[in-house]
Design a protein around this ligand. Structure first.
Ligand SMILES: [Zn+2]
Length: 139
């Protein structure tokens, strides 16, 4: 879903992931540059990789898959894809504005929301934060 309701934890998490990505890419580029210009490292790497490449490829694959599914699970995407994809699509087609103005259940796990302050709601189950489209006085 392109639309994400405002959530403090998600934006923090996204920032952390972006920072780590930049760091990882720059470190990888630096290592690759070193590999290109250092003949000793080239011999070392070729000897090393011929011995361990099947295990290394398997480990990287498993770790990557686990990290991706953990990230998806933490952000609630897995839950949403498995359970609520159909329901959310239907309510969006029926009329988003009517649905958003009186949000009282979590769109991710269908639990009732707890009102924190005027216009701020939190899911009891997954702890996500939501903004209600309407002031609480009008309800
Ligand atoms: Zn929830």
């Amino acid at each position: 879903m392109g639309i994400r309701l405002s959530s403090i934890s998600v934006s923090k998490y996204t920032f952390l992931v972006a920072a780590q990505l930049v760091l990882n890419v720059s470190l990888a580029l630096w290592l690759y540059n070193e590999y290109l210009h250092n003949p000793f490292m080239q011999t070392y790497m070729s000897g090393l990789w011929s011995g361990i490449w099947p295990e290394a490829a398997l480990t990287v694959g498993i770790a990557g898959g686990a990290a991706a599914s953990l990230a998806a699970y933490r952000r609630g995407h897995l839950n949403m894809i498995l359970k609520d994809a159909g329901a959310i699509g239907m309510t969006k087609a029926a009329g988003t504005s009517a649905r958003l103005s009186m949000i009282d259940v979590c769109p991710f796990c269908d639990n009732p929301l707890k009102t924190l302050s005027e216009g701020r709601l939190q899911c009891r189950n997954c702890r996500r934060y939501f903004k209600s489209g309407m002031p609480k006085v009008a309800v």
